[in-house]
Design a protein around this ligand. Structure first.
Ligand code: BGC
Length: 767
């Protein structure tokens, strides 16, 4: 029965219960480590909590870096706050925790969450870059170190991994995800979750993962941030949901709910999503956390008239904790009193918060990550707290060589190199969009990296050449609008760059976007190089010097013209604290690039979406056949600029034909696909051998291919190795139109390649 319709008698009884619980006796101790098992401990604690204390646990508030205001401490001491988020120094976190465990009635510790997305103090490459490594060990290293550094700063939870599939580079947050492919993103979702949580979220150096944004945030219409998502169930289940599920299967303790709509219903009020799918179908046992202010946004979404309805809709849908809360604190007491929200519903949510705290080890020791004041670092930015060697090692694996004509790269460590561009000597943007506690003063720019590697061997000249962007109106609309602008006239900057270029043997232009341009609330309508950077590149080309384009950006760019102008193109994304050293390693040949794109680069924004695993259509464009009446754009080639999985090396690799162990696969056997890979060049190098499968004919149209496996291998110059891939029923399964997940009998194409387009193929049958 809805609380609105409860009898007056019922309401009076509930009121009596409310009052009696408010007067519940004080629990003797909740610390130190409970000897009771988790369920008994939490049940006993719940029994002793007043409704107000319970509702307090459901609220997460912002922690600023300054010492907390008295109002914040009072709210915690009164049991009205369950967790904090934001980055504050350890003394501030300690003061907040003191208020909880020394002053509140039940001494329930707070937990502290923060966006540790691609590193904490040592900043690793952005997630899109990490995915470009296709190297699960390297990705794990980045997550492990981030967890270690974050926990040493008193943090208990990271709002990561962000595993939203996105196929739209206009969306600024595409930089924060791991690309367009379900299989690759799902693999990384599991690896990152385990890396953050280690053996357990309570283990030393571990923090709890809060996987986000559930669900489908990466599919916002038009790539415009916060916009609606609308998607067929098959696409949702097949392509977009698996990464969240993979993070859960890897043990993620928490899930952040998207602030967008899913087929018309905001995720924050979506009981199908949060109850039926997440809890019942997937069996998720962890904490659900709203996104920042998302409960209040239900009013703007138009599914709640006011804060009271918003809080009611969210708690009933299954939002356990409200981030940056207003309405849970304000409205849940009244909703409980009136019976519109039941005690059971509140208890369910509180239980999840307590379980998360228990799992983070906070009941055993609320200061386990905060440490004691004596151990606080004198300088939290101290060099000794960084992990530079690992950051450099990981960063060089994330760089993708997109073009290298005439062996322009690697550069020789001799003569004169002209380094040009607004991102060449830029310690801020190289840190990327979610730079957590990373310090620009500690980042290595491309200039720094080249200068130290070339020391005494070659001359390095530098000119800025242009600004990243000049349009002030656009900059002002960015959440992180902090773009450094050189006030000199554009012609003066250009002339200086050309002057430098004319003196050099080779020109390296470092161009791209500012980190704030590929962030939250940073969507673009075009994907070209902003500002006058393209003009700068063309002018540099006109000097006749060999030209290397080093890209620094957080999304695929449509840089066909620049591809043609440059002799070599290296995609470096935003490569973090050690980015400049890693880029120098690759430019100078001290490391042979091995990255592969985790996302397709379109030729033009008008081609979007360009994801590789599309359906065939009834009128596909067939190479060699007439293009008329086929599915294409007549004003551009059909292919993307760079396909998914693409990336070059300083050596060459060849693939033999594929050998299959059998042409017939069934539930009782597996199929082994073997291929010989040879390093045909003169340098040792790594490459990623990718396996794709196409279901030729099924009850619904299936993609032209889907990634199902890959192996990253190192081959010495001249070395040949046979790789074996095992395929079984699982690789053939898909969701049909009734959302049944099964493999259907019939023929399949198995493809192996060094990118998604240039592949060897064999056919087999499933029966
Ligand atoms: C973002 C989340 C982030 C949160 C806290 C929100 O605006 O969507 O991804 O975790 O802010 O910073």
């Amino acid at each position: 029965m809805d609380g609105f319709h409860r009898s007056r008698h019922d309401r009076l009884c509930l009121f009596a219960l409310f009052i009696s619980l408010q007067c519940a006796p004080v629990l003797a101790v909740t610390q130190p480590a409970p000897a009771l098992d988790k369920t008994t401990f939490i049940n006993q604690l719940l029994d002793q909590m007043t409704p107000e204390e319970k509702i307090g646990q459901l609220r997460q508030r912002f922690a600023s870096s300054a010492m907390p205001e008295p109002e914040v401490l009072q709210s915690i001491a009164a049991g009205k706050t369950g967790a904090m988020f934001g980055m504050a120094p350890r003394p501030v976190i300690r003061a907040l925790q003191d208020a909880a465990v020394k002053q509140s009635r039940l001494k329930i510790p707070l937990f502290f969450g923060y966006d540790v997305i691609h590193g904490h103090r040592t900043i690793f490459p952005i997630n899109l870059a990490l995915a470009s490594s296709w190297d699960m060990d390297a990705i794990a290293v980045s997550g492990r170190i981030a967890a270690k550094e974050a926990s040493a700063d008193g943090l208990d939870m990271t709002f990561a991994p962000m595993v939203d599939i996105s196929r739209d580079p206009r969306w600024g947050r595409i930089s924060e995800g791991f690309g367009e492919d379900t299989y690759l993103v799902s693999r990384i979702a599991g690896v990152m979750t385990k890396a953050f949580q280690g053996e357990a979220p309570s283990a030393p150096g571990s923090i709890m993962a809060c996987v986000k944004h559930f669900a489908l945030y990466g599919a916002v219409e038009g790539g415009r941030d916060y916009n609606s998502t609308d998607m067929s169930p098959v696409r949702m289940y097949q392509d977009y949901l698996p990464p969240y599920r993979a993070a859960i299967d890897a043990g993620a303790g928490s899930m952040m709910v998207a602030l967008t709509t899913v087929n018309g219903v905001p995720a924050t009020a979506n009981d199908w999503l949060l109850q039926d799918l997440l809890r019942k179908d997937w069996g998720f046992k962890g904490l659900t956390l709203s996104d920042h202010g998302a409960v209040a946004e239900l009013i703007e979404h138009g599914v709640a008239r006011d804060g009271r309805q918003a809080a009611k809709a969210a708690i009933k849908a299954g939002i356990d904790m409200s981030m940056s809360d207003t309405f849970y604190g304000q409205e849940l007491p009244g909703l409980l009193l009136s019976g519109e929200v039941s005690r059971q519903e509140i208890d369910n949510a509180v239980r999840q918060v307590l379980v998360a705290k228990y799992d983070m080890g906070l009941f055993a020791d609320p200061y386990r990550r905060i440490g004691s004041a004596n151990d606080d670092p004198i300088d939290s930015h101290a060099e000794s707290r960084l992990h530079r060697a690992q950051a450099r090692e990981v960063a060089r694996k994330t760089l993708v060589l997109l073009k290298n004509s005439n062996d322009t790269l690697p550069l020789k460590k001799q003569g004169t190199i002209a380094l040009v561009g607004p991102l060449a000597k830029n310690p801020v943007d190289i840190l990327g969009s979610w730079h957590a506690s990373g310090q620009p003063s500690q980042s290595v720019t491309v200039y720094d990296g080249l200068a130290s590697a070339l020391h005494n061997k070659a001359t390095l000249l530098y000119a800025r050449g242009a600004n990243i962007i000049e349009d002030k109106t656009s900059i002002d609309k960015l959440a992180d609008g902090n773009v450094e602008i050189d006030p000199r006239p554009a012609t003066q900057m250009l002339e200086q760059a050309l002057d430098v270029a004319r003196q050099a043997d080779v020109v390296v232009a470092v161009l791209g976007e500012s980190r704030g341009m590929t962030h939250e609330a940073a969507s673009r309508t075009n994907l070209s190089l902003p500002g006058r950077q393209s003009e700068l590149l063309a002018a540099l080309k006109a000097t006749g010097k060999p030209l290397v384009l080093v890209l620094m950006n957080g999304r695929p760019l449509s840089i066909g013209k620049e591809h043609d102008l440059a002799d070599a193109v290296l995609e470096t994304w935003f490569s973090g604290t050690e980015g400049g050293n890693a880029i120098a390693d690759v430019l100078l040949g001290d490391y042979n690039p091995s990255g592969k794109l985790p996302i397709t680069f379109p030729r033009s924004v008008g081609q979007i979406p360009t994801y590789y695993n599309h359906l065939n259509t009834g009128r596909p464009l067939t190479p060699g056949a007439s293009a008329i009446y086929t599915s294409q754009y007549f004003d551009l080639p059909h292919s993307p600029l760079y396909p998914f999985g693409y990336g070059l090396s300083y050596t060459d690799f060849s693939l033999s034909d594929i050998t299959l162990s059998t042409q017939r696969l069934s539930a009782d056997n597996t199929l082994e696909a073997s291929i010989k890979v040879k390093n045909t060049g003169t340098r040792d190098g790594e490459t990623v051998v990718q396996l794709y499968i196409q279901d030729v004919s099924a009850s619904i149209s299936r993609p032209v291919k889907e990634l199902k496996d890959f192996q990253k291998i190192m081959l010495k110059a001249g070395e040949e190795r046979t790789l074996h891939f095992t395929v079984d029923e699982h690789d053939l399964k898909f969701y049909n139109s009734r959302l049944q997940y099964a493999a259907e009998p019939g023929e399949f194409n198995l493809q192996i390649g060094l990118d998604s387009q240039n592949v060897k193929q064999q056919r087999f049958e499933w029966q």
